[in-house]
Write a protein that binds this ligand. Structure first.
Ligand code: ZN
Length: 382
């Protein structure tokens, strides 16, 4: 320490840091050095290619929610590139050497969050590509509802494309008017009095999987295969209530952002320049929705409350689980079974849903009338 403070021995910095060039979504581990007091630039040495310099007077400190102990540097003349420094001594030295560090940061995604409209997807890409690797989990809290909705719109299209790729065409969105009306009624009953940050978007994809999933920005997506497998509209309502729990907790946004960080969602949003595998990977992650045990349990509890509030019984969820279990005795079953059976164990969740219905009388009225239920089952055939 005394050496770094000494006038006679100019401080020398030589560390490794994470570098994001703002062009690709890749984070590189780079060597960073700053030699002596006379040097006016950080020298950055990537693992491959030539070293380059970042002039000290262009460095700006960016807000970094994820790691308060790290310093995220941007450049006043480059809105995208980032350098993340975690070494405390290096951070202290840079703060001392670099008087403009805390000057106004360059345009970041955060500065653009207000008034997202036509450019929303591009802004999401900017945010995700730039900030995710740095901010991971906390980002979900920073995304405004408009950004989340744009992310949802983009991922919904990607899911359709990726899951439909066997047939070369995107999966069909079913919107038979009678079925859609029935779905709207169910939605209205379950969301009555619920304050959502964005309007709910419920979609039905044509496909055999017995599955439903939530996407960022208030999307709940069903395959019509789920309607075919369910024994009653109450079971579908129970699934909708459960997915609503994920939406309210913003679980899909967190999953999408985390996946994006590792997979590189820039390519996903900008036409998938890194190959079709990226879209498929992210789509699979969102559809499989491997939420934590706590997130699943919370979504279940949320569903119980919503169902009770709507005059329905929480054990409709248990009934669907039982049907699925009977249809898929193997542990390897996919679709909703894997979503719902991962953890907590499916058996525990059946018991919990039944316990949540103890003492409740029969549902006042089913989630849908017979005619509405028929219409919902036929939503892809109208
Ligand atoms: Zn779930």
């Amino acid at each position: 320490m005394s050496r770094a403070d000494s006038q006679d021995n100019p401080p020398t910095l030589s560390i490794f840091a994470d570098y994001f060039d703002g062009v690709s979504a890749r984070v590189q581990r780079v060597a960073v050095s700053l030699a002596g007091d006379q040097t006016a630039a950080l020298e950055i040495g990537p693992p491959e290619g030539e070293a380059f310099e970042w002039p000290l007077d262009r460095l700006r400190a960016l807000p970094d929610q994820a790691h308060k102990s790290s310093l995220t540097l941007g450049r006043s003349d480059d809105p995208l590139a980032r350098l993340v420094i975690t070494d405390p001594a290096a951070i202290a030295m840079l703060r001392r050497r670099c008087s403009t560090l805390s000057a106004r940061a360059p345009v970041t995604g955060l500065g653009r969050l207000i008034g997202w409209g036509a450019g929303a997807v591009a802004s999401v890409a900017l945010i995700i590509g730039v900030l995710i690797p740095l901010m991971a989990n906390q980002l979900a809290q920073l995304l405004p509802p408009e950004g989340e909705k744009a992310l949802g719109d983009a991922t919904f299209e990607q899911v359709r494309q990726a899951l439909g790729q066997q047939g070369a065409a995107a999966l069909r969105v079913c919107d038979g008017p009678k079925g859609a009306a029935a779905l709207k009624l169910m939605q209205a009953r379950l969301t009555d009095g619920l304050d959502l940050p964005y309007p709910l978007t419920v979609r039905v994809l044509q496909g055999e999987p017995v599955n439903a999933f939530a996407l960022p920005g208030g999307y709940i997506v069903f395959f019509d295969g789920l309607f075919a497998a369910a024994n009653s509209p109450d079971e579908v309502a129970a699934v909708m209530a459960h997915e609503l729990g994920h939406v309210v907790a913003r679980d899909p946004t967190r999953i999408a952002l985390r996946s994006a960080g590792s997979i590189g969602v820039l390519g996903l949003l900008f036409g998938d320049f890194a190959g079709g595998g990226i879209a498929l990977l992210l789509a699979e992650r969102l559809v499989q929705a491997n939420y934590t045990q706590a997130a699943e349990a919370a979504a279940d509890r949320f569903a119980y409350d919503r169902l009770r509030g709507a005059g329905l019984r929480p054990d409709a969820l248990a009934a669907l689980f039982k049907t699925l279990k009977a249809q898929n005795p193997g542990a390897e079953a996919g679709g909703i079974v894997s979503h719902f059976s991962s953890h907590p164990a499916l058996g525990d969740r059946i018991a919990a849903a039944e316990a949540a219905s103890a003492g409740l009388s029969a549902a006042r009225q089913p989630a849908l009338t017979k005619a509405q239920w028929r219409a919902l089952k036929g939503i892809c055939r109208e």
